[in-house]
Ligand binder design. Structure first.
Ligand code: FPP
Length: 253
């Protein structure tokens, strides 16, 4: 769908507001290919990807979003070579060490980072406790799987003694229970799949796929995704406002 001249000339901060873009989520793909193209080890791609991720997260806050989620380590990523997995763990720890620079961000780790070792478990928990209640929420999916998240929610409900559950019950027992579902999910790296990411929360999300590899993804690319999002008509299974009005006229209501 072409982006209208009006949307192209509206500041992104305004578009974020007008289109009620509260929560953006990123599947940050392409670090390995970025490194390979430069004859570098995969870990070098993750390092540049981790630096870039800070820039993008700050930018999303600056343009008025309330919440950002990034997919940093899936439950399946543990199968990667030990050297790469350890490099990702080190990046996580250094990210946590530098997180004090961010004054307005509430950090949440979604998934089970605590299962990856005592240090990761403790440091992620400390950062969550120190930053609770801040205005902008960053969910870092680490040792995260969407199906496992749903199963965990159901098991929590069973443990409470529930014998039947509602959608609200499940939503309330997800890691993301305190933030709105993602409005927009961006996947970089030219792959078009969801890879077990926010399966429940993505029910009505808009998807945006780009060939850009994550380390090359820029704030201008975020602007582009916001403009595309603002151009879409979100109907949540109903009709859009214009269609509904014209149906009403035809039916004389
Ligand atoms: C997928 O690209 C990316 C990951 C598995 C890791 C994403 C992690 C970061 C961007 C940095 C993490 C930040 C912290 C704080 C730990 P890929 O490696 O599968 O790329 P490829 O498809 O090109 O091989």
């Amino acid at each position: 769908m072409a982006i209208s001249r009006e949307i192209n000339s509206t500041p992104v901060t305004e578009l974020v507001k007008q289109s009620r873009l509260r929560h953006i989520a990123f599947i940050m793909d392409g670090n390995g290919r970025w490194a390979k193209k430069r004859m570098l080890p995969r870990e070098a791609g993750h390092k540049v990807g981790a630096d870039n991720f800070k820039t993008i997260v700050r930018y999303c806050k600056k343009i008025g979003m309330e919440c950002c989620t990034v997919y940093a380590f899936s439950t399946e990523n543990i199968k990667r070579p030990k050297r790469e997995v350890e490099a990702l763990f080190r990046l996580l720890i250094s990210f946590i060490e530098e997180a004090g620079e961010e004054e307005d961000i509430e950090f949440r780790f979604i998934g089970e980072p605590g299962q990856l070792g005592e240090t990761i478990g403790r440091r992620t928990k400390e950062l969550e406790d120190e930053t609770r209640g801040r205005p902008y929420r960053l969910n870092i999916a680490f040792n995260y799987g969407g199906r496992a998240e749903i199963v965990r929610a159901v098991n929590r409900l069973l443990a409470e003694g529930k014998t039947a559950v509602t959608e609200e019950d499940i939503s309330a027992n997800l890691y993301t229970n305190e933030c709105p579902d993602p409005d927009l999910i961006v996947r970089t790296g030219a792959e078009m799949r969801i890879s077990n990411f926010m399966l429940w929360q993505a029910a009505y999300a808009e998807f945006y796929f780009t060939d850009r590899l994550w380390p090359d993804y820029t704030t201008a690319d975020v602007d582009e995704a916001v403009r595309v999002f603002a151009s879409r008509s979100r109907r949540f299974g109903g009709l859009d406002r214009n269609e509904a009005a014209s149906q009403g006229e035809q039916e004389g209501t």
